[in-house]
Design a protein around this ligand. Structure first.
Ligand code: NAD
Length: 487
């Protein structure tokens, strides 16, 4: 319940308060949204027990069709309270209303319907075999839920990325315990209200609030009765969670960090490439795992590209998220602002030419207390610079020239990460060759963040483990059981 702007834990369909609280702060102006009740190990344990009980209660006996109908009701429940979800997401993140109302909330609701449709239509295999005694046997597979699934979420697209996991988990008949980011407790909490409103059985959806180490995140991931862990966040956090999951050999699905390259060939549709890279570098203030922080532009159009992207960066409009013309929000927190600004300083120390931004936008009044940074573009850095090697997760990119296809493939792949790339070219041969050569989970050609939710989503190298989306989500959220019948 969020009464008086407190954020309680949601366990077994009930609101649970605790003695320990932490502050939820609005990054637009540093104001206090409310206090969050931090779950300790006993609350996490209660949530695990509630989830386990739900699996052996009515929820465990729901037919696929009953689950499908309930998932549709959850989606409709979110849409009925669209404005509440929008306000909660904007308060927690400061992102412009224009973005949250088109992306975060609609997709948050749609994720339940999409995975309801997937599970309704998912076939399993069947094989007939000859047996040594001259008879026959029939094999068929069924999908059973993994059980209790721990869902650890980041703050950049809170509702969207949380439901991207909760949707398929519930579609497959699991019970979940969500640990939202400490920065963005709002929409996960609000979803608890919707779950009760539409009649989701107690214990199927639980929310525990808190941090990582020494808090709810660690208690949840180390809990032996959590059967599987799905996580979106930083690669380093993924390493810690993987160690926790080793205890009990529990499976993980990881969507991790990126240091994504955009590759712009001289034969591209220039205006479309500029539009695309503007979005991929600066949307959500660069706090998108799929965002572009490295741009490689073929030499004949390099100067023209840098000049055009500078104009775009300097025309971004930061400010109050509810103002119609505002298209640029703050960073999530002052801590993250300090991290991003440390890279801004590092770029200058490493000899970058600052093409745009590089600092903090100036505001009068309350917004001066927010965690803002300017959209920033650099050129001239060596590829060895930390600014080019490490994920910054801010509204910034470095632009470097290249000459040949072979050279740019080498540059793009010289990263520990491998989440996504976007290639801008009008040559179909170049497009196919690049798509096959860049070591990523997702490759966009002449586009970015264009998502068909039936397709596999995830990263290679240090950007993830496994794929979610469409039927691929079933691989993680169900266990396939083969049944062999001697006929
Ligand atoms: P984060 O790793 O700091 O935190 C994510 C979550 O993990 C939070 O809920 C946090 O409390 C929890 N956590 C932290 N330490 C933990 C521990 N030891 N045990 C259990 N839980 C722990 O990430 P963030 O800063 O919230 O999000 C930004 C990161 O997420 C970026 O690296 C970004 O690239 C990545 N991301 C990836 C994708 C993707 O699909 N690949 C999508 C969005 C964000």
């Amino acid at each position: 319940m969020r009464e008086n702007s407190t954020f309680q834990n949601f366990i077994n369909g009930e609101w649970v308060s605790t003695e320990r609280h932490f502050r939820n702060v609005n990054p637009v102006d540093g104001s206090l949204i409310g206090l969050v009740h931090e779950a300790g190990s006993s609350e996490v344990d209660a949530a695990v027990k509630a989830a386990r009980a739900a699996l052996s209660g009515p929820w465990g006996r729901f037919s696929v069709q009953e689950r499908v109908e309930l998932l549709y009701a959850i989606a409709d429940g979110i849409n009925r309270r669209f404005d509440d979800f929008l306000a909660a997401e904007i308060a927690d993140t400061g992102k412009p209303q224009s973005l949250a109302s088109h992306l975060d909330i609609p997709r948050g609701a749609a994720n339940f319907k999409i995975f309801a449709d997937v599970i309704k239509n998912a076939p399993t295999e069947s094989f007939e075999m000859a047996t040594p005694n001259g008879g026959k046997a029939l094999n068929y597979a069924i999908r059973v839920p993994k059980g209790v699934v721990g869902v650890i979420c980041p703050w950049n697209l809170p509702l969207l990325l949380m439901t991207w996991k909760v949707g398929p988990a519930l579609a497959c008949g699991n019970a979940v315990i969500v640990k939202p980011s400490e920065e963005t407790p709002g929409t996960a909490t609000l979803l608890g209200e919707v779950m009760n409103e539409v009649g989701v059985p107690p214990g199927v959806y639980n929310v525990v609030h808190g941090f990582g180490p020494g808090s709810a995140g660690e208690y949840l991931t180390t809990h032996r009765e959590v059967n599987a862990i799905t996580f979106t966040g930083e690669t380093r956090t993924g390493e810690a969670i993987m160690k926790a999951a080793a205890n009990g050999t529990r499976p993980v699905s990881f969507e991790l960090g990126g240091k994504n390259a955009a590759i712009v060939f001289a034969d591209c549709d220039f205006d479309k490439a500029i539009e695309g890279v503007t979005r991929s570098a600066f949307a959500n203030s660069g706090q998108v795992c799929l965002g572009t922080e490295r741009v490689y532009v073929q030499r004949p159009i390099f100067d023209k590209f840098v000049t055009a992207l500078k104009v775009k960066a300097e025309s971004m409009k930061p400010g109050n998220p509810y103002d119609k013309e505002v298209n640029f929000g703050p960073l999530i927190s002052q801590e993250h602002q300090q991290k991003v600004l440390s890279y801004y300083a590092r770029a200058q120390a490493d000899g970058a030419t600052v093409i745009a931004g590089g600092g903090v936008p100036q505001f009068d009044g309350k917004l001066a207390e927010g965690s803002w940074v300017q959209p920033t573009i650099w050129t001239g850095l060596p590829e060895t610079s930390a600014v080019i090697q490490e994920e910054i997760f801010g509204p910034c990119c470095h632009i470097a020239p290249f000459d040949t296809e072979e050279e740019v493939v080498g540059l793009a792949n010289a990263s520990e990460y491998g989440l996504c790339t976007s290639v801008w070219t009008s040559n179909i041969g170049t497009a196919h060759r690049l798509a096959a050569s860049i070591e990523v989970g997702l490759c966009w050609i002449n586009s970015w963040f264009l998502r068909d939710l039936r397709t596999p989503f995830g990263g290679s190298k240090a950007s993830g483990i496994g794929r979610e989306g469409g039927v691929h989500s079933l691989e993680f959220y169900t266990e396939l059981r083969n049944i062999c019948i001697q006929l």
